[in-house]
Structures are given as C-alpha cells and as structure tokens.
Design a binder for this molecule. Structure first.
Ligand code: BDP
Length: 429
C-alpha cells in the first residue's frame, strides 16, 4: 500500500525532504510506491525544461509549473525513504517536445527510483473535461497513448489510469500494448459523495470493489502485467466529511488493501492532498480523504503534517507483509474479516477487521506447539470520530510511531482474543 498525490504537489514545492516531517511519515509506513498524477496533471501542469523559463504570458490553463529542480527534490525524498515513484506526463494537453524532455529528465534524475511513467490521468473523462472532443473513445485514446509511449521510448509505462473500473479501456490497452507497459493501472473510489459509514463498512462493500476490478485484473494477468489501483480512496470528489476523515475509514482501508493484495493486485495507492486538513486544498476542492495533511497554513508551509485515521489503517495493513497469503476459514455471523500471511521472515500474521458495534471473542485455530504471539490493536473512540491509535500510541509530531505490541499465547493450537467493537488487530505468531 502506497500513497498518491497530485502533480501540483511537485509544482508548488511540496514533498521536500529538507523541510518538515514528510520523510519520517513515509519512513514510518515503510518503503512503498509514491504515485504522482491526478487531475492537476492534465488540467494545469506545464513542464519547463532546464534553463528555460515559462512562456510569458503563460497559457491560460497553466496553474502549476514543474521543472527538473522539482524532480531532484523528489529524488532526494525517495532516497531518504527508500520509496519508488510513478510520475505522470501531461497527455491531456499534449506537447511532444515538453513530454520528451520531461521523460529524459525523469530517467536521468529519478533513475532506478522511477517505476513507471503515467501517460495522462483518467483519459476516460477527458471529453467531459473538454480536453478532447465528444465521442473520444478507446481508439482515439490508444492513438494518444501510442504517441506518449513513442516519446517515453521504453517499457516502463503505466496506464490507462481510467477513472473507473468498468470501462474496457484497461483490458484493451493491456491486450494491445503489454510489451510497452510496466503495469496496468486504474483508479477506484469506494463510492461517490453519497457514501456513509454504514455503507463503507457494510459486509458486501469490499466484495463489490473486488468484483468491480476483477475484469481489469484478469486482463492484466492474461497479458503478463502487474496491476495497481494507483489512485484509490473512500469517495471521489475529495471524499466526505464525517466519513472519509474519520476512524471508520481506517477500518475500511485495511480491508480494502488486504483484499486487493490477496486478489493478486500488485498494490494500491491511497490518494490525498497536502493542504490544511478540512480546508479546500486546490481549486476550492476538499481532500477529506487525505491520509496526511496540515493543522494550519503555517504548518502547511513548513510541510509539517499530521496524520488522519486512514494513515493508521494503511500502516496496519502494511504490518502484514511482505509474504504470501494463506487460506482462512471464517466461522462467524459477525461483520468481521480475516486475512493470514506467511511472512518472508517465516512468521505467520493474522489480521482481523471487526466492524460490529459490540466486542467479539475470536478463537484463532492455528495449530502447532504452544508459543508466544504478539498483538497490535488499532482502536478509535468512535467510527465517526477522528481519534485513532494503535496499542494506545499515536504518530508523534516528528512522524515517529512506536506502538508496543501486547503479548498473547497459542495454547493447544488456539489463541483466543477479545476484539473490541470497531477495531482491527494484527497477530504475529
Ligand atoms: C480523481 C482525480 C483526482 C481527484 C479525485 C477526486 O484523479 O485528482 O482529486 O478524483 O475526485 O478523479 O477526489
């Protein structure tokens, strides 16, 4: 599970390892994938090559300028955290010379930390955003993608980054262009702005999301491509106040990330924006779903952030890996889900996500000799409140996080735990 940010974050000087606590917040999650794209990529970002200045006057659509200096700052952040990146090229407003220069600069500056170049964001919405004429469909998109791929000139392209999972563009692109692609990517939001906590945590929610990407994932697999949901969150249009920015979102994201991983997805990137929490961030838009944001304008300028509940959920899900999923049999009438992973370190880890209003006693039948186990429990004061903690610990102002696991014991092949109402645990055997 990685993170996703707008292209504008590069343009406005964010993601700077020399400032604030972003470096530590990424280290706390552990090495992952940072995707940079989003609506601002095609809508308003102009690449300016080294030694050049922006045209004067700038085209009316330009709001953000990205230069090689921005990539250097990003490279320093990636080196400081061990993360890799996927970065977009503006195809919505296509300029082949600028694109070619940007990709050369990315190869040179980001080097091995660049996992993939994304050719445009959500092309299936370009017609609706007046970036293409009405009737713009896969054949026209494929021509645009090919022009971008020719410029990119290597086999590290991600796409199609469709807004939805239901169109056939991803499957078509995988079939037509798998040789030039590094991975298949689509976006997925759990819901639109009508989401509620009840619906986000309803028993069928994750299954519906899995079902909705299944066709794309099958197309990726059939064409030998890894697949990422490289932009995901609880609700599009910036998320919903009282849902996307509350503790319930942390429970949802554990389930979402682990289910996607179990289904064979290479990864998911949770989208956000680095402005003031609960204020509009860009273009009057809120980013209620953001995992990381600032308490005030002064903190925003200092790039000194705090974390939202969903950050804890991402952290919890990440404690399960790396490894391979094991089969789990669940006997319950409760709204609880369970995952098991045989870690690369030889340990078995079990995650439980408990979405009911009452605590539940869970017996894990794990077999084997009597042995010690450790437990990390994520809890919140209420599903519709912000306060979230793991083992009572919270991420500190510098971005460090050191929850101390509690001890448990496997005896006679079983381990019994009381799992609090609306909580999640990761048990390590
Ligand atoms: C996607 C965009 C992203 C938006 C997000 C949203 O790529 O830039 O912020 O939706 O609607 O369509 O919240």
């Amino acid at each position: 599970m990685g993170l996703s940010f707008e292209m504008r974050e590069l343009g406005i000087g964010n993601l700077d390892p020399a400032k604030g606590n972003m470096t530590q917040l990424m280290r706390t999650l552990g090495p992952s994938n940072l995707r940079i794209g989003g609506n601002t990529l095609d809508r308003d970002t102009l690449w300016i090559p080294a030694g050049q200045t922006p045209p004067d006057p700038k085209p009316a659509w330009v709001e953000d300028i990205v230069t090689p200096a921005d990539l250097k700052r990003l490279r320093a952040l990636l080196d400081a955290t061990g993360w890799k990146t996927e970065v977009g090229v503006n195809v919505g407003r296509w300029d082949p010379a600028r694109a070619a220069d940007q990709v050369r600069a990315m190869d040179r500056i980001l080097g091995k930390r660049l996992v993939a170049v994304e050719c445009g964001n959500e092309p299936d919405q370009w017609a609706g955003k007046a970036l293409r004429p009405a009737g713009f469909d896969y054949p026209q998109y494929h021509a645009d993608w090919s022009a971008c791929a020719d410029v990119v000139g290597h086999d590290r392209i991600a796409g199609p980054d469709t807004a939805g999972t239901s169109s056939s563009w991803a499957a078509s692109l995988a079939a037509d262009e798998h040789d030039r692609m590094a991975m298949l990517t689509v976006h997925q939001y759990a819901s639109g702005p009508d989401i509620t906590i009840d619906r986000m945590l309803a028993p069928g929610q994750i299954a519906a999301q899995l079902n909705s990407v299944a066709g794309n994932l099958a197309a990726a697999t059939a064409n030998g491509l890894p697949m990422r949901v490289d932009e995901a969150n609880s609700a599009y249009s910036g998320g919903v106040d009282g849902v996307s920015n509350k503790y319930a979102s942390a429970l949802w994201v554990i389930d979402y990330g682990l289910s996607m991983a179990q289904a064979g997805m290479a990864g998911v990137n949770i989208h956000g924006g680095l402005g003031v929490c609960n204020d509009p961030i860009w273009n009057g838009k809120f980013q209620r779903y953001t995992p990381i944001c600032a308490s005030s304008k002064a903190y925003e300028l200092a790039q000194h952030y705090r974390v939202m509940p969903i950050y804890y959920g991402i952290w919890m899900a990440r404690q399960m890996g790396p490894g391979r999923f094991l089969p789990v049999t669940l006997n319950t009438n409760n709204n609880i889900s369970a995952y098991a992973v045989r870690g690369d370190d030889g340990r078995t880890r079990i995650a439980l996500v408990q979405k009911d209003a009452a605590p539940v006693e869970v017996t894990l039948t794990v077999g084997g000799r009597d042995r010690a186990a450790s437990v990390l429990a994520m809890t919140g004061t209420a599903l519709d409140q912000e306060t979230t903690a793991v083992q009572g610990a919270t991420v500190d102002a510098s971005g460090h996080f050191r929850p101390v696991p509690s001890k448990a014991r496997v005896a006679g092949g079983t381990l019994t735990l009381t799992v609090a109402a609306g909580s999640a645990v990761v048990v390590t055997l």
